[in-house]
Design a protein around this ligand. Structure first.
Ligand SMILES: O=C[C@H](O)COP(=O)(O)O
Length: 248
């Protein structure tokens, strides 16, 4: 399975910064990790110029969220079809920051994923436990529960992507042990196969949470880790490309 290295730029940078970052990533894309598929997810206003700059350069562009409706009176929201219209091919959904900041439930994430599929976007659905849930021994149950509630019918047929991001590992410099990552990814694979049959076995499962050039090789080598969702390190082209290189 071709690894996917996705950069989530979150709410960082300016128009000039995003142009420079896109340019630097595309300049190194051909040589750094040619085996990996690269994706960057800028803030909404920078998606169109980033997609235009990266067209034909081997780096795809995605959104960080979309609304569940195709259109309508939803001030401040963006429809999946609009993302598609300006050159996005993917959309991150259910990131823990959106679940926390906007109260997004599994049902809401599922509805957004349905909209993404209808618009022809590949959804990247995020799941992950809090630190308290991990300490209580509930990490696997939380993650599989989120998968049960967040993934729509048709997710596997469309090649949807799951990202496991332990909330406590995001932006903290802390990560689970390799054994802990492997255990959750195996549980996710089992859940996808149970939900979707054989096609679920072929879906990519990304790890996210403090992925850096220094730990990427070990994490990406784990079974059922099919790429990474990278936050902070994706804002530095050399680091993002080094992570891609670690994917082989
Ligand atoms: O979407 C990306 C994640 O939230 C990971 O962020 P991080 O690499 O800064 O820990």
């Amino acid at each position: 399975m071709r690894p996917l290295i996705a950069g989530n730029w979150k709410m960082h940078g300016s128009l000039l910064d995003s142009a420079a970052l896109a340019e630097a990533v595309s300049a190194g894309a051909a040589t750094a990790g040619p085996a990996a598929e690269l994706l960057v997810c800028p803030p909404f206003p920078y998606i169109q110029p980033t997609a235009a700059a990266l067209l034909g350069k081997g780096v795809a562009v995605g959104g960080q969220d979309c609304h569940a409706a195709a259109k309508g009176a939803h001030t401040g929201d963006v429809a999946a079809v609009m993302l598609r219209d300006v050159g996005a091919t993917h959309v991150i959904l259910g990131h823990s920051e959106r679940r926390a900041d906007h109260g997004e439930t599994d049902a809401a994430v599922r509805a957004k994923a349905e909209a993404a599929l209808a618009a022809g976007l590949t959804p990247i659905v995020c799941v992950g436990e809090s630190e308290a849930q991990r300490l209580a021994g509930k990490a696997e149950a939380v993650v599989t529960g989120q998968l049960d509630g967040s993934l729509p019918e048709g997710f596997a047929a469309a090649g949807g992507v799951v990202a496991y991001e332990p909330v406590w590992a995001i932006g903290t410099g802390r990560t689970p042990t390799e054994a802990e990552i492997a255990a959750i990814h195996a549980a996710i694979r089992a859940n996808l196969t149970a939900q979707f049959g054989a096609p679920g076995g072929g879906l990519r499962i990304l790890y996210g949470g403090s992925v850096k050039p220094g730990n990427a090789k070990a994490i990406l080598a784990l079974p059922h880790v099919d790429g990474a969702l990278v936050g902070g390190a994706s804002l530095v082209a050399a680091d993002f490309l080094a992570i891609a290189a670690a994917a082989g």
